[in-house]
Design a protein around this ligand. Structure first.
Ligand code: DGJ
Length: 733
């Protein structure tokens, strides 16, 4: 199938620009290896969405069904606009310079360009039938990953300012009997809870109106399964994710004919945006993928795409980190930290990260009530400064990283005293504190400069800092900016995120070798917008192994496991109070980007030995976990256990993780059937991370064919709650 599709790509590219057919209708096919998105411009120049799904070898066959009854079929424009025949939610709503609220877009031209051997970009230029108002639809098709991105660029050539009232990045139409939506909701310490629901007629909106920390309560990504609840490896599923860290809106509208119309983009909520003559307005990309092989394939598509096109340095395995937060919180001094560094190094950790509490002198940062904004080393806690700690880390053979939260300020800080006007605030209203802090106004370039300088100074003065953990612990309230003019206050939502991205961009350019972690009260900024500037994300402040089995399971539906910070912390767990063995905690954390989040001096010698061995084993398998393909084998939502595995692209190595979540009452050990292996290859299976000689798999140390492992499967003797296993597979030639 793939070969035939490749041919289609070439043909379409060769026919561009402006491939015209009978009746002057144009078919514009946007193809990946296994999927097609087909648009059609009719002879009045209206561009319609015609198809999205498995590859169409001859998309122009759509024209054989013409003439359509326009009342029935041609109502879904590729960029639907307000004020004409559209009677559903629209992608674009504009108030033109003369006050006219309607827009009528017509095809001008299109162009398909190969960006590289894998990516083809399609640009479709549309113009309003009356106004010099231009919209370019921009799609990028990623052949090997079966990913398409969609965004629009709006250009105002009118003689006055226009106001954008809605500006979605994507406008898609789907046709199915049933639609099952999986979305990811949550809260602090409980991010990325997955829920699947059948959506019926009417409108279902998933959105954020928090401005920042927008993915804490609902993530901007989803899965949509056709006809039936989603299955791992079967069935038609579409995945979508918006690459934007500000307010977003995903709107699923099912009409009386059962057609689903999706608009996805920045949230128009309180966000009217003025575009002056000659200016353009660009929307962020919406990333989507179709699979007829279940949601597992969608996840693999997203992960592969993210590693190659989104995440920073997506081809480089991540270091094992020890983050000081849960081990020390705000209570530490130089001795605490140097001792932690020494202990971390002796465990095999590669990067020590000093979390919150290291800064501010007039109002020392000894808790979350003061000091935020004053980014000078606290002389009492760390009298010899940061370089002393870095020297110590380097002496111990590891790297050093540090925590910042530069977008925020405690009222009790020198920054708030000196620059009250930099704070997001509503005139005549009392400030609303959250975690005792307020938000800086990143719509103001002077504030962006300050935020940039905070981090740039830190990295310039201490060029051996190798890692930045960037936190953000509140969202927007007290809406208002002292910088934006009265008639442009509504720009704050969008300009804040744009300001933040401009800071990230400058920092990336200036410090390309520094690893950046995005954290926002845990998983509040896990989206492909922020990930483009980061190497990894802190999935949640909830580090409890049991909770993490579910949370990480859900997160990997969209986001790449190599970027998912997963740390082993103390037992009982500080958030949930659950206790779990160290092995369980390691087995769960090792299925993502492994780290440690505890005070090593509180561990027994036996625990330290175990940790040392587990970290060494993780280093051996980490390229499989971080760069391999994920197969979710047994869902913790269906059984009292879970299993997942990673396989290298060459299928020569694999790692299996298996967990129990509850005691199996009167059950034998059910088999785990593996996936993604080569049936012909022979694999040596070895249990790793063992406490003693205990073996959960009788065949550990023996060889098996991929065929056996995938069809017969392995019986794993794990049964009690908290029992887990980790198995390594290596091809034996
Ligand atoms: C919230 C983060 O999620 C934690 O990991 C930690 O960095 C604290 N903030 C520090 O204040």
């Amino acid at each position: 199938m793939k070969k035939a599709l490749l041919l289609v790509v070439v043909l379409v590219v060769n026919m561009a620009p402006g491939f015209a057919v009978a009746d002057d209708k144009k078919i514009i096919a946007i193809n990946t290896g296994n999927t097609s998105l087909v648009l059609m411009a009719n002879n009045q120049g209206k561009v319609f969405h015609k198809y999205f799904g498995a590859s169409l070898d001859k998309p122009e066959e759509i024209l054989n069904c013409l003439p359509y009854d326009p009342r029935r079929y041609e109502t879904f424009e590729a960029c639907s606009t307000f004020g004409n025949e559209n009677k559903h939610e629209v992608a674009l709503k504009v108030r033109h310079a003369d006050g006219n609220m309607t827009t009528d877009l017509r095809y001008q031209s299109h162009r398909q360009t190969r960006i590289d051997g894998n990516v083809t970009e399609t640009r479709i230029l549309l113009k309003d039938d009356h106004y010099p108002f231009l919209v370019t639809l921009i799609y990028r098709a990623h052949r090997d990953e079966d990913i398409i991105t969609s965004r629009i660029s709006i250009e105002n050539k009118e003689d006055g300012t226009i106001v954008l009232e809605k500006f979605a990045s994507a406008d898609l139409v789907l046709s199915s009997g049933e639609y099952w939506l999986s979305h990811f909701y949550g809260s602090w310490s409980g991010e990325m809870q997955m829920e699947e629901e059948r959506i019926g007629k009417g409108i279902r909106i998933i959105d954020s109106k928090k401005g920042i920390r927008t993915t804490q309560s609902e993530n901007s990504a989803f899965l949509l399964s056709m006809d039936q609840p989603s299955r791992e490896e079967q069935g038609e599923v579409i995945g979508g994710a918006l690459a934007w860290s500000g307010n977003y809106q995903l709107c699923f509208e099912i009409d009386s004919r059962n057609t689903l119309h999706l608009t996805a983009g920045m949230n128009p909520f309180g966000s009217d945006y003025h575009v002056d003559p000659g200016e353009t307005f660009d929307t962020p990309p919406f990333i989507f993928s179709y699979s007829d092989r279940g949601k597992g394939q969608i996840s693999r598509n997203f992960h592969r795409w993210a590693r190659k096109y989104s995440l920073r340095d997506g081809d480089k395995p991540r270091p094992v980190v020890l983050n000081s937060w849960e081990g020390a919180y705000f209570t530490f001094d130089e001795d605490t930290i140097t001792k932690m560094i020494t202990d971390a190094a002796s465990m095999g950790v590669e990067m020590f990260v000093l979390d919150d509490g290291w800064f501010a002198n007039k109002y020392p940062r000894n808790n979350d009530k003061a000091g935020l904004g004053d980014w000078q080393v606290n002389k009492k806690k760390l009298p010899h400064g940061i370089d002393y700690l870095i020297d110590h880390a380097e002496k111990e053979g590891i790297k050093f990283g540090i925590w910042v939260e530069p977008e925020m300020v405690n009222p009790k800080s020198e920054l708030a005293e000196n620059h009250p006007e930099w704070i997001v605030q509503s005139a005549h209203r009392k400030p609303i504190l959250m975690r005792n802090q307020l938000l800086l106004d990143l719509s103001n370039p002077a504030v962006c400069e300050f935020v940039f300088e905070v981090v740039d100074d830190l990295l310039t003065k201490h060029p051996r800092i190798a890692y930045i953990k960037w936190d953000a612990n509140r969202h927007v309230q007290n809406f208002g900016s002292t910088y934006l003019p009265a008639d442009r206050q509504s720009h704050l939502w969008i300009d804040y995120t744009r300001g933040l991205y401009s800071v990230y961009e400058r920092l990336m350019d200036r410090h390309p070798d520094v690893i950046f972690q995005v954290c926002s009260s845990g998983g509040g900024r896990v989206d492909f917008g922020s990930l483009a500037y980061h190497h990894e994300f802190w999935a949640s402040d909830n580090t409890d192994a049991f909770t993490r089995i579910f949370m990480q399971w859900n997160t990997t539906h969209i986001y790449p496991p190599m970027a998912m910070g997963a740390h082993v912390s103390a037992s009982p767990n500080h958030q949930t109070g659950n206790s779990s063995p160290l092995k369980t905690r390691f087995d769960v954390a090792m299925s993502g980007r492994l780290g440690v989040e505890l005070q090593p001096s509180h561990m027994t010698d036996e625990e330290l030995d175990f940790a040392k061995k587990a970290i060494a084993e993780y280093k051996r398998i980490r390229d499989v976990v971080q760069l391999g393909d994920l197969y979710r084998l047994i869902s913790p939502y269906k059984e009292n256990r879970a299993a997942l595995m990673y396989v290298t692209e060459k299928k020569d190595r694999a790692v299996v993780f298996a967990y129990t979540t509850q005691y199996h009452i009167r059950q034998d050990y059910p088999t785990v059937k593996l996936r993604g292996l080569s049936p012909e290859k022979t694999y040596l299976v070895e249990e790793i991370n063992t406490r003693s000689t205990s073996k959960v798999f009788n065949g550990s140390g023996k060889t098996f064919s991929g065929n056996y492992l995938m069809n017969h499967g392995m019986q794993l003797k794990i049964r009690k709650s908290n029992e887990t296993a980790c198995l390594e597979l290596t091809e034996k030639r």
